[in-house]
Design a binder for this molecule. Structure first.
Ligand code: UGA
Length: 419
């Protein structure tokens, strides 16, 4: 159920309205089996429902706190429309203790005198549970079906058990730990996980800046660190930093939560600051090569905040794009799936479906998203296409030595000077 009529209409006619590998097939399968339907009518959706997942947006407010008004509205509506006992499961990312507030709202709504709905309402028991989502865009389907863990928080064992049963068929195919806990703990696991992953990225980006000064290569530093089982290899790719709809918002929300309970989470301040620095660093590298940007043509290789998605939310490429336009450059963008959206938002930008065409005669290129199509470009192709062979590699996808051997003025992130 969604109140965005265009989305419901699109899904109802079998079309997934965004790019996510494998999702179309899954939706087709569910529709064909008659097990998946779409509606804009919450009352109809809740009629006879035992478990409902709340997946509404929790957009960031100016002070970093998430806007929980949509979550609250679902709680009120569920209190009015539920026809039988219901477990209302928070899937949206919410700060600790949202579940407690949501339960209060539901109880208050149920107790409201003169409430318009059915007489049996008082006997309907609505419990809130938390079941945070850990999937990544671009691999959402496989992350959902093969999770590292499932976290379920609830105030009563019964509600938790009801949610666990939803996962039973999936767990039969893919066993993973199930953490059964209380509501605030489950909610906090989500924020702490995203904040920790963002911290790893900012940590390696800080190390990258030291690498540049001492002539070390951050990709090898990360590899050497990652072999330590206590550290592990993931989320240690230095570059333009994190974007997307989750890390920036969740780090801000977690910081806001900690402040609201009297703890100053200075580490997260630094995480955010380092993340912002990386975009500026890439612009500095570009300016150090091409000098002024006025009337220069710069090609952005990739626009999406990461490969495998057409999502542009908080994409580092958009910061660069806007900065370049501000400084008078002509901006070209290559992206295999997101150019339509880029053109819609920035009509003055030239968009390309072919990376070589996008590079042709440009003054410089910046790698923003490590799409396979970008990785596949060879130094020789880049030299042949670019007007001036200048490449700023914001995702460290190319080999610095190979680039320099081909005559490219190449700048990665934290890659020191080749010895
Ligand atoms: C992230 C988490 O990885 C998921 O576990 C979580 O469920 C999700 O947020 C969410 O809260 O909904 P997602 O935003 O889809 O998933 O993307 P990630 O793969 O985590 O990448 C986030 C950003 O970090 C991207 O811009 C990526 O380029 C950047 N990144 C990632 C790095 O700069 N370096 C790395 O080593 C890894």
């Amino acid at each position: 159920m969604d109140d965005d009529a265009a989305k419901v209409e699109s899904l109802g006619s079998g079309r997934v309205p965004f790019y996510e590998p494998g999702l179309q097939e899954l939706v087709d399968e569910g529709r064909a089996a008659g097990r998946l339907t779409f509606t804009g009518d919450l009352r109809a959706a809740l009629d006879g429902t035992e478990i409902a997942f709340v997946c509404v947006g929790t957009p960031g407010l100016a002070d970093g706190a998430p806007n929980l008004a949509y979550v609250e509205r679902v709680g009120r509506d569920a209190a009015v429309f539920a026809t039988n006992d219901l477990v209302l499961v928070e899937k949206s990312t919410v700060p600790a203790n949202t579940g407690v507030r949501l339960s209060q709202i539901i109880q208050r709504e149920q107790a409201r005198t003169g409430s318009p709905e059915g007489a049996d309402k008082d006997r309907v028991r609505i419990e809130v549970a938390s079941n945070p989502e850990f999937l990544r865009e671009g691999s959402a389907v496989s992350d959902t079906l093969h999770p590292d863990r499932i976290v379920i928080g609830s105030a009563t064992p019964d509600a938790g058990e009801t949610v666990r049963r939803v996962y039973e068929p999936m767990l039969a195919d893919h066993d993973c730990p199930v953490v059964m806990t209380d509501l605030p703990t489950a909610e906090l696991i989500k924020h702490a996980s995203n904040a920790f992953l963002a911290t790893r990225i900012s940590f390696i980006n800080a190390v990258a800046q030291i690498c540049e000064q001492v002539g070390a290569d951050v990709t090898t530093v990360a590899q050497g660190m990652g072999y330590d089982k206590r550290i592990g290899p993931h989320f240690l790719n230095a570059g333009l930093g994190y974007g997307g709809s989750c890390f920036p918002k969740d780090v801000a929300a977690f910081h806001h939560l900690s402040e609201s309970v009297g703890y100053e989470f200075r580490l997260l301040d630094a995480v955010r600051q380092i993340n912002g620095d990386m975009r500026r660093l890439v612009m500095d590298k570009l300016r150090s090569e091409v000098w002024h940007l006025q009337d220069k043509t710069v090609t952005l290789l990739g626009a999406a905040f990461k490969p495998g998605t057409d999502d542009l939310r908080e994409a580092p490429a958009l910061y660069l794009l806007e900065q370049l336009l501000d400084e008078g450059a002509t901006v070209r963008v290559y992206d295999p799936v997101a150019t339509g959206q880029v053109k819609e938002r920035y009509p003055q930008v030239e968009v390309f479906e072919d990376p070589i065409e996008a590079l042709t005669d440009a003054h410089a290129a910046i790698v923003c998203t490590e799409w396979d199509q970008v990785r596949a470009l060879t130094p020789a192709q880049m030299v042949a296409a670019l007007g001036y062979p200048i490449v700023i590699d914001g995702r460290n996808v190319f080999d610095p030595q190979a680039m320099e051997a081909a005559g490219v003025a190449y700048h990665g992130i934290g890659r020191g000077s080749p010895q």
